[in-house]
Design a protein around this ligand. Structure first.
Ligand code: ATP
Length: 345
């Protein structure tokens, strides 16, 4: 199990564009780290630097204690799983899985044994003689996983491996990949722009925005204690409601209701998750509900608090209809952000 250490790692492309601001952090042995962020935030750049497919322009990258900045991709002891599977169409599943080993000069018997073992692990035994075109998307993705597993690497890199699958299969495959990673214990870095994938798969999430790391934390930390307004609004669907708050002698007021205390001075915004508003006849917040979305287990109320658009989640037994509804906020659930910097207070 390998540790990965990023020591002031940065990336400036030859055209002068700084895709990653110098940053330092570590990924623990056996950890499943998920890099998440909007398109263009730099997550593929970071992953490709680890893979050795992109030059590192500042800092030092170590895998298992060895600085690999100048080590060839093939010698980094990593296996990468891509979005497009990168399978050879003319080869059977068996040959696709074993291909990397054959190239390394592994004996025929050993390749056969490793391919069999991976095929069992991935439920691919019945498909070993098929070509990729005779497989479903999920099965193709498993073959790509198989190819990574047989190499027995120190580190798995995943580049949006599930984005070509339909929603149902994606849900199933993310559980499979997570379970497999647990079982094998191989340190993994997984890139996605899907925050649900990040929340459900990660031991720790690395949230990126515009070439910067906004926060590194467990799914629960990132969700309940977002470090910045960006993280608050990126993680969670629907996102955290961000609303202007007022400071009055150390008290934080939201549309007249006191929701906390602070020593901070300056403009602030309060963040409240949709499920942290409670319909409450005694509540002092008055929401005007405009649209109701039925989602089975719960309902989303969309409307306004003051003149700010908000979304509130209630369970489906709640009979709230369109029009005014009184709300309170779960004690301690509101987050406070500095309006200028977006940093959590
Ligand atoms: P996506 O989810 O769309 O793949 P990403 O977060 O993976 O996005 P990157 O592909 O890492 O983003 O790109 C980060 C930034 O670097 C983008 O603004 C992109 O335009 C820029 N970039 C990528 N490759 C190059 C290059 N070869 N030269 C200059 N800029 C580049």
């Amino acid at each position: 199990m390998a540790q990965v250490t990023f020591d002031t790692i940065g990336k400036t492309y030859p055209n002068g564009f700084e895709a990653l601001k110098p940053t330092s952090f570590g990924i623990e042995p056996g950890e499943f780290a998920v890099l998440v962020g909007p398109s263009g935030c730099g997550k593929s750049t970071l992953l490709r630097m680890v893979a050795g497919l992109e030059e590192i322009t500042s800092g030092e990258l170590s895998i298992a204690g060895r600085v690999v900045n100048d080590v060839d991709p093939a010698d980094r002891d990593i296996a990468m799983v891509f979005q497009n599977y990168a399978l050879y169409p003319h080869m059977t599943v068996r040959r696709n899985i074993g291909y990397g080993l054959k190239n390394r000069g592994t004996s025929k018997q050993e390749i056969a044994a490793k391919v069999d073992e991976a095929a069992s692990l991935l439920n691919l035994r019945d498909y070993l003689d098929r070509k990729p075109s005779q497989l479903s998307g999920g099965q193709r993705q498993r073959v790509a996983m198989g190819r990574a597993i047989v190499r027995d690497p120190a580190l798995f890199l995943f580049d949006e491996p599930l984005s070509n699958l339909d929603a149902k299969l994606r849900n199933q495959m993310r559980i499979e990949i997570k379970a497999l990673q647990r079982r094998l214990g191989v340190t993994s870095i997984y890139v996605t722009h899907d925050q649900v994938e990040a929340m459900t798969m990660a031991d720790r999430i690395i949230v990126m925005n515009e070439g910067r790391i906004e926060q590194i934390g467990t799914p629960s930390e990132v969700y309940h204690s977002p470090a910045t307004e960006f993280v608050a609004s990126f993680m969670g669907a629907p996102p955290m409601n961000l609303m202007p708050a007022e400071l009055d002698g150390g008290q934080v007021r939201l549309f007249g209701a006191t929701i906390g205390e602070t020593t901070h001075t300056g403009d602030v915004r309060a963040g409240v998750r949709p499920e942290d508003f409670l319909p409450d006849p005694e509540g002092t917040l008055m929401m005007n509900v405009e649209i109701i979305e039925e989602l089975g287990a719960h309902r989303l109320l969309h409307g306004t608090l003051g003149d700010t658009s908000v979304t509130v989640q209630v369970n489906n037994e709640n009979g709230a209809g369109v029009g005014p509804i009184k709300l309170s906020i779960k004690p301690g659930a509101a987050c406070l952000f500095d309006r200028k910097s977006g940093q959590r207070l």
